[in-house]
Design a protein around this ligand. Structure first.
Ligand SMILES: *Cc1c(COP(=O)(O)O)cnc(C)c1O
Length: 690
């Protein structure tokens, strides 16, 4: 079996085949992982320019950490700005001067940058710098690219990734220019491989014209000695072959050209690959051209493609879509997860192992309290309430919280009752709490919920009331990992506290939860209960009725990696929230929720209150139609109105919870969100509410 057949066999069984969109995202993800590019910005070392036949020619030399310098030539058309821009990645044997037409071409189609600039495009042509980085004597006749590739591979990199990294930086540089309207990528031969990977690694869809680089890797490397090994990422066939890499760019405009007289490609192989791409791509967005040429470029076809692909977009089309939330694991984090998962698989330690222990240590260190990892936030709550001993007794929970807060108490054998929200705040109402404690003699626990990640003003009073009455406090800190009040971390106020690591939460393990306990004996009990009440890992003696509430090592790998980035995640959320704080004044209809300066929230949710009479569902539909999705509310239906509880509590009234659940919205806030996206949210709200 060839590697690709093995891959096909595993990943493409008829039952399990993912749809094309998912598959494309997986392929792009694999490329990001294998390329593992670092962030790079271009720093200009020197530049000089001149006018030449009505157009302008600028030479740039950029600093390059690995190779000393990176040369580029920018050609500016004679027409007035702004111009559509094209980044040109030349083939291995092309020189900058020939591609930009500064000296006559040695090969048909070589002067592609000159041609595109005559057609009205600003072009930036990169010299990949493969022949400049080392002195010929040091190479001793070896190919400079091969030596560089070999060196990079020692560090788990590759030359292709390094070239794509350069091209990404050049693309950013081009896009930041105020005289460049929209940008596309062109590449020929090896440059086409660079351009393709650059497009796959770019954050946004980008039009690509790739010339003379088509086929399947097996055929290309097996048959033709002329093929550069460094036009493919190491290990890529475990994930995708070249046609699938092109397909993964869908729906960005794509043109692939190949020549029917190209001695370096296998024509049948290229034609079949082209067919595969054309049939899997978003209809009408990809064209594969079989041209009467050798290993060359169809200049007119390329210019025509960019003219169509970079035409001024219809108004609104280029505005950033804003999702409600996004789970973001950067490439470093993903590689760390893979290493930890591989450790677990190699050692056979798949649950209650070293990774979970490290997660517990790190969480304990962050929170300043002993911590155990469990299978979910809900199981953390249930275990905590079982330890407190709530069976047959009453547990008081907020009228406005997630269903799981109350459901966990019910599963632990308790009866629940609800307490309204405090005036002008998100916490429990101290008066309501006193009244509920008076009404029930058998209250075993109170569960304050740190809604939206905020440690509410009323928390100290709630804790004091519970202490006075001798009632245990179990914090539902599912929203609040990383939040603190007067420097004290969420999850360290109650006898026990539960955190959720569900994907929508600030830190996730996929599925999972954390439990903290003030008393080490409680923490020991947590460890027994999560593993069927077993006395120890080795002995099959059970003294408690626990359950399987364990966290697997695979989940722990994700959680540990994410938790290790808590400080970054918090800093980013706080930066985004500060931007909203400053800019929400532009939407006068909205009241932004004031948070006490004593609370350092993790900004799990960014809350705002709608004016009376605004139909929230209609507002959300309207925003959605304009490309802005609001995050989910916390919450839109209070517990006494939930169908499960309504038969018993439906006639109750909790006026503050009812008003809050009906009136608030949650603005999108997630790591990786851009200022342009935030700007879009504010504009959309302003338009919709004025
Ligand atoms: C998410 C959440 C839970 C439950 O956590 P899971 O990990 O999904 O079981 C409990 N309480 C609140 C307030 C939550 O938001």
């Amino acid at each position: 079996m060839t590697p690709i057949e093995r891959f096909t066999h595993l990943g493409r069984s008829p039952v399990r085949a993912p749809d094309q969109t998912t598959r494309n995202a997986q392929v792009r993800g694999a490329v990001v992982r294998l390329a593992a590019v670092q962030e790079r910005t271009l720093r200009i070392r020197s530049t000089y320019g001149a006018d030449r036949q009505g157009a302008r020619v600028d030479h740039y030399v950029f600093e390059h950490d690995g190779r000393g310098e990176l040369r580029a030539v920018m050609l500016t058309p004679a027409s007035p700005p702004p111009w559509p821009g094209v980044l040109v990645c030349p083939g291995r044997n092309a020189t900058l001067e020939r591609v930009t037409g500064l000296i006559p071409p040695d090969h048909p189609g070589r002067d592609v940058a000159a041609h595109l600039t005559r057609a009205g495009f600003l072009t930036l042509t990169l010299d990949h710098g493969l022949d400049l980085w080392a002195a010929p004597a040091a190479l001793g006749g070896r190919d400079a690219g091969d030596v560089l590739d070999g060196t990079l591979r020692l560090h788990g990199g590759s030359l292709l990734a390094a070239l794509a990294e350069d091209a990404l930086a050049a693309l950013d540089w081009l896009r930041a220019r105020p005289d460049v309207a929209a940008t596309g990528l062109f590449g020929h031969s090896m440059g086409a491989a660079v351009a393709l990977h650059t497009a796959l690694l770019a954050d946004e869809p980008i039009p690509l014209c790739a010339a003379s680089h088509l086929g399947t890797y097996q055929t290309m490397i097996g048959k033709l000695l002329a093929w550069n090994q460094y036009t493919a990422l190491p290990s890529i066939l475990r994930h995708a072959d070249l046609p699938e890499l092109y397909t993964a760019l869908s729906p960005a405009p794509l043109q692939i050209q190949y020549g029917n007289a190209d001695a370096r490609l296998d024509h049948d192989d290229a034609a079949q690959a082209g067919e595969r791409i054309a049939t899997s791509y978003e209809p009408g967005r990809a064209e594969v051209l079989d041209l009467p040429m050798g290993h060359s470029t169809g200049l007119a076809e390329a210019a025509d493609f960019f003219t169509r692909a970079l035409a001024k977009p219809a108004a609104g089309d280029d505005e950033p879509f804003v999702p409600a939330a996004r789970v973001s694991f950067g490439v470093r984090a993903r590689l760390d997860v893979l290493d930890l998962v591989d450790d677990a698989l190699a050692s056979g330690s798949l649950t209650l192992g070293p990774c979970g222990a490290r997660l517990e240590d790190l969480a304990g260190h962050e929170l300043g309290r002993g911590t155990a990892a469990v299978s979910s936030g809900s199981s953390a709550l249930e275990i905590a309430l079982r330890i407190v001993g709530v069976e047959g007794r009453t547990v008081l929970v907020p009228a406005n919280t997630f269903f799981a807060t109350a459901a966990s108490a019910v599963r632990a054998g308790a009866l629940v009752d609800f307490v309204d929200m405090e005036p002008d705040g998100l916490g429990l109402d101290p008066e309501g709490l006193r009244a509920a404690l008076d009404a029930h003699e058998d209250v075993a626990a109170v569960v304050p919920v740190h809604l939206a990640g905020v440690l509410p003003d009323s928390l100290p009073q709630v804790l004091a009331i519970c202490a006075e009455r001798g009632v245990a406090v179990v914090e539902d800190a599912a929203h609040a990992l990383g939040s603190s009040l007067d420097g004290r971390q969420a999850g360290t106020f109650g006898r026990l506290a539960a955190f959720s690591l569900y994907p929508t939460k600030v830190i996730t393990s996929g599925e999972g939860g954390l439990l903290t306990a003030a008393d080490p004996a409680d923490l020991e009990r947590v460890r027994r209960l999560r593993d069927h009440g077993k006395l120890s890992f080795e002995e099959n003696l059970h003294e408690d009725l626990g359950s399987n509430w364990r966290m697997s090592e695979l989940h722990a790998a994700v959680g540990l990696t994410h938790l290790a980035r808590l400080a970054e995640v918090l800093a980013e959320r706080r930066r985004l929230a500060a931007w909203y704080d400053e800019n929400l004044a532009r939407v006068p209809a909205l009241t932004h929720h004031e948070i006490s300066p004593d609370c350092a929230t993790n900004h799990y949710k960014y809350l705002a209150l709608l004016p009376d009479g605004v139909d929230r569902a209609a507002l959300k539909r309207r925003l959605r139609a304009g490309g802005v999705r609001l995050a989910g509310e916390v919450y839109d239906v209070p517990l006494h109105r939930q169908p499960y509880f309504a038969p018993r509590f439906g006639d109750r009234s909790y006026p503050r919870a009812e008003a809050f659940t009906a009136r608030h919205i949650c603005l999108p806030i997630f790591p990786g969100m851009t200022t342009a996206q935030q700007e879009r949210v504010v504009q959309a709200l302003r338009d919709a509410l004025s």
